[in-house]
Design a binder for this molecule. Structure first.
Ligand SMILES: NC(=O)c1ccc[n+]([C@@H]2O[C@H](COP(=O)([O-])OP(=O)(O)OC[C@H]3O[C@@H](n4cnc5c(N)ncnc54)[C@H](O)[C@@H]3O)[C@@H](O)[C@H]2O)c1
Length: 438
């Protein structure tokens, strides 16, 4: 039997009369808000950061790959605005939470952003709303953290309030997929919640994939990222071995990838970066302890991946040594400080650790990155540096050039021609006398 709350909410979602409120307007929340607005919904963004709210309401983008015109157009059409006022959550039919889920200093899940957001929203929840958590987290978060908070307000989940978990799969900078074309997994607290959840997302996402529970949906997201972390770890383990055996691992991966089934190519690099792959697997490691289990593959991949910046530094020192130079006092140019190519995102970037390790050993480090004119402020790292423009003279003025992030905007021909020594962590350069794989 359908409750009034459910039929009304379904009607409002299916007719696109529902007001969608996205809470947390970062790399995930901003594109999601724009997608809803562009598909004909009214969207109210909520964030604690007044600068982001101001930018949105002025039609300005603060994320490089998101075009400001999209925001300005949505403003003009009055389909998207933002606020820091959580009391306005009561106006919304759907609340979608996209707040950060980092690790704390002990590398354990830090749910403080989710709890903080919920504490701010709770007084303004009302009957007939759906709340969807999109932040990556361990299985059980929705049922163990969110559900009791909502029930304490007197709501009956599945009857007068609907709760789901639906992991975000945003891939910033990916030219082939956008929010609408990436299939969306979701699991509800009850089957009624799943039903409403499907109605929430199928208006804007081409393929919605329901699973049996919020736990299954939470685990799906972790599986995807653990799969990546473990396979990248395997490639990072094979990299020094292939190097020692005189084999080009990139050539091998490319050849293996011609197999039309049973092989997925992953590539080694200077270490893991971004908000997801270095962090998310440890959400499961932490939760597994509650069940008396150890996630050994995750721990091993973590160990190998976190050792990569030190490997890059060792390869750099060895290469300089062969030229009768010491790391101490050498002039080094690091190319690309973003965590992956073609994005303006520095979170957990291994390039920064490489820079720090090189500087700690006495190297004079500079960088070039078309996405960062100035080395951006970071919580745990700081360099008082500006990006150097690449030219023949600039490149020739260094003892070695370390490629950490292979942005498409770099002129690789110029780099190869003028860098005296090239430390290549991305397999971008063909083997040659001055190219050192790291
Ligand atoms: N960035 C990605 O590519 C990506 C991909 C998939 C999943 N995720 C997951 O999505 C979630 C969000 O990631 P993100 O990259 O968008 O983070 P982000 O840091 O870019 O954005 C988070 C936003 O939440 C806001 N915020 C923080 N506390 C808040 C509060 N109490 N109330 C309201 N707003 C608050 C911040 O001001 C910020 O604008 C994380 O769990 C992440 O793991 C991210």
């Amino acid at each position: 039997m359908l409750t009034m709350s459910k039929t009304t909410l379904l009607d409002r979602l299916q007719s696109k009369h529902a007001l969608i409120s996205v809470v947390g307007l970062g790399y995930v929340g901003l594109p999601l808000s724009l997608t809803y607005a562009e598909k004909g919904f009214r969207v109210l963004g909520i964030d604690i950061d007044p600068n982001k709210v101001k930018a949105i309401n002025s039609g300005i983008s603060y994320i490089q790959h998101i075009n400001a015109e999209r925001i300005a157009k949505a403003n003009l059409e009055k389909s998207f605005c933002a606020t820091t006022d959580f009391s306005r959550a009561s106006e919304a039919d759907a609340l979608i939470l996209c707040v950060p889920t980092p690790l704390n200093q002990y590398r354990e899940p830090d749910l403080s952003f989710i709890r903080g957001t919920m504490a701010s929203l709770l007084p303004f929840l009302r009957q007939g709303q759906i709340l969807s958590l999109e932040s990556t987290t361990y299985p059980g978060t929705t049922e163990e953290e969110l559900r009791p908070m909502i029930e304490d307000r007197g709501f009956v989940i599945g009857q007068d309030f609907f709760l789901i978990y639906s992991p975000e799969r945003e891939d910033p900078g990916n030219a082939h997929f956008n929010t609408s074309t990436i299939p969306k997994v979701l699991g509800g607290s009850t089957s009624a919640c799943t039903h409403v959840g499907i109605a929430l997302y199928e208006q804007v996402i081409n393929q919605v994939v329901p699973v049996s529970s919020t736990r299954a949906a939470e685990m799906t997201k972790l599986l995807e990222n653990i799969h990546r972390a473990v396979n990248i770890g395997l490639m990072n383990e094979l990299k020094p071995l292939a190097e020692r055996m005189g084999i080009d691992l990139y050539e091998v991966i490319r050849a293996a990838a011609t197999k039309p089934f049973g092989f997925v190519p992953y590539y080694p690099g200077p270490g893991l970066g971004g908000h997801c792959i270095p962090i998310d697997p440890f959400y499961l490691t932490w939760k597994a302890r509650e069940y008396g289990m150890h996630t050994r593959f995750i721990e091993l991949a973590g160990e190998i991946n976190t050792a990569m910046p030190a490997y890059v530094v060792q390869q750099t020192a060895d290469a300089l040594n062969r030229c009768r130079k010491a790391l101490n006092g050498s002039r080094l140019l690091v190319l690309g400080i973003a965590y992956k190519k073609n994005v303006d995102d520095m979170r957990e970037s291994p390039a920064v650790e490489v820079m720090e390790l090189l500087a700690a050993k006495g190297a004079a480090v500079q960088y070039s990155d078309p996405f960062f004119d100035v080395f951006p402020p970071m919580r745990e790292h700081s360099f008082d540096l500006h990006s150097l423009p690449l030219s023949a003279e600039v490149l020739a003025g260094f003892d070695a050039v370390v490629l950490t992030t292979d942005h498409d905007a770099f002129d690789y021909g110029l780099i190869e021609q003028h860098a005296p020594l090239l430390i290549d962590t991305r397999g971008r350069f063909s083997p040659g006398p001055k190219v050192v794989k790291a």
